[in-house]
Design a protein around this ligand. Structure first.
Ligand SMILES: Cc1cc2nc3c(=O)[nH]c(=O)nc-3n(C[C@H](O)[C@H](O)[C@H](O)COP(=O)(O)O)c2cc1C
Length: 202
């Protein structure tokens, strides 16, 4: 099968790409509106892109009607966000938090999570998740204007909160303890428990 993007529908291209580029980690993002309402939503167009400085990128795409999601609007207005861990324990809540609520309602209360204040940014982090990254916006790179158009939110990690319980004896995160989940195509998700190891070649 060959897909020429210019001759395909946006939805077909989207379904193909999210089914192929897998697994994708899930940023569970807290933001705060200018009026102080905490917004929570998951984003699997997400990864980390370096450590010096530590840069993360995720993409709240435009909605099917071409308008901006609350997360993007809040970050444009406040320049701050927190990326919370998406783990097996909270997978169902991660999914529930993708519900589209009016901007004056918070997903946090809806799904029965609690927050604790962050140290350096106004959006709080989630209580009970094994890590949270306090981030400040570096820049937003937008492409296109229609449905599912990407908006790359590029942020610098200011503070890393991590639960000691997910660290191994070497002090690094142990995937068997962290138990992050990730997105595949269609409605599929995956766990991170089928592990194997390689040493990097010299
Ligand atoms: C696991 C998961 C991953 C998602 N990844 C993305 C994503 O990368 N980009 C995106 O725009 N929407 C993504 N969504 C959908 C958003 O979470 C959804 O549109 C949400 O309502 C946005 O919330 P907001 O309007 O409060 O920002 C994802 C949903 C789920 C369940």
């Amino acid at each position: 099968m060959l897909i020429e993007v210019s001759q395909s529908s946006v939805l077909d291209v989207y379904q193909m790409l999210v089914g192929l580029v897998t697994p994708r980690p899930i940023a569970w993002v807290t933001t705060m509106s200018k009026t102080g309402i905490v917004n929570l939503a998951p984003f699997s167009f997400f990864n980390v892109f370096g450590a010096n400085p530590p840069v993360v990128v995720f993409s709240p795409t435009l909605k099917r009607d071409g308008t901006k999601k609350d997360t993007l609007l809040h970050i444009e207005a406040t320049r701050e966000f927190v990326i919370n861990a998406s783990t097996e324990q909270h997978a169902e809540k991660v999914n529930q938090s993708s519900a589209s609520l009016p901007p004056e309602e918070s997903e946090v209360a809806l799904i029965g999570m609690e927050t604790v204040p962050s140290i350096h940014v106004r959006p709080p982090r989630l209580l009970g998740v094994p890590f949270a990254l306090e981030c400040r916006l570096l820049e937003i790179k937008s492409f296109g204007t229609g449905p599912i158009a990407p908006n790359l939110v590029i942020g610098e990690v200011i503070t890393i909160h991590v639960d000691d319980a997910v660290l191994g004896v070497d002090g690094h995160p142990d995937p068997r303890r962290l138990k992050t989940v990730a997105r595949l195509g269609s409605e599929y998700w995956c766990r991170t428990q089928d592990l194997f190891e390689f040493s990097r070649p010299k």
